[in-house]
Design a protein around this ligand. Structure first.
Ligand code: MN
Length: 129
């Protein structure tokens, strides 16, 4: 069980992502824009963040830079979520410093396995294993 922050401007996608994660036993907080997400993350640092790339205003790349610039949130794993992986996107996402990425529409199995592997990696690094 992890504390996960989901950042997603599409209410339907946000609801679905939160439902899938809650069903898997995680504690989930949602934010519909990057500014709200940054405020939540600074206030209470999550174990994992799912970050939409395409959002009005501050996009996922800018939000990731802000998270990485803060001591409290710089090492929180962040998974990018993207509606359509275009050619070159996976490389761009990786170069930006995201830990992984998931394509929308969300598929339960892929979605939960990406989340589980980063949650486990986080637990291992916290335990010093
Ligand atoms: Mn979006």
């Amino acid at each position: 069980m992890a504390r996960i922050l989901v950042v997603e401007d599409n209410p339907g996608n946000l609801k679905l992502a939160m439902f899938i994660l809650e069903s898997a036993g995680h504690e989930v907080v949602g934010a519909e824009d990057a500014a709200t997400a940054l405020a939540i993350a600074a206030e209470s640092v999550p174990d994992l963040i799912l970050m939409d790339i395409q959002m009005p205003g501050m996009d996922g790349y800018q939000a990731l830079s802000s998270l990485r610039a803060l001591e409290a949130t710089k090492s929180v794993p962040v998974i990018a979520t993207t509606a359509h992986a275009m050619k070159g996107d996976p490389e761009k996402i990786q170069a930006a410093g995201f830990d992984d990425y998931i394509c929308k529409p969300f598929r339960y199995k892929d979605f939960l396995s990406a989340v589980a592997s980063l949650v486990e990696a986080g637990e291992r690094s916290r335990d010093g294993r």
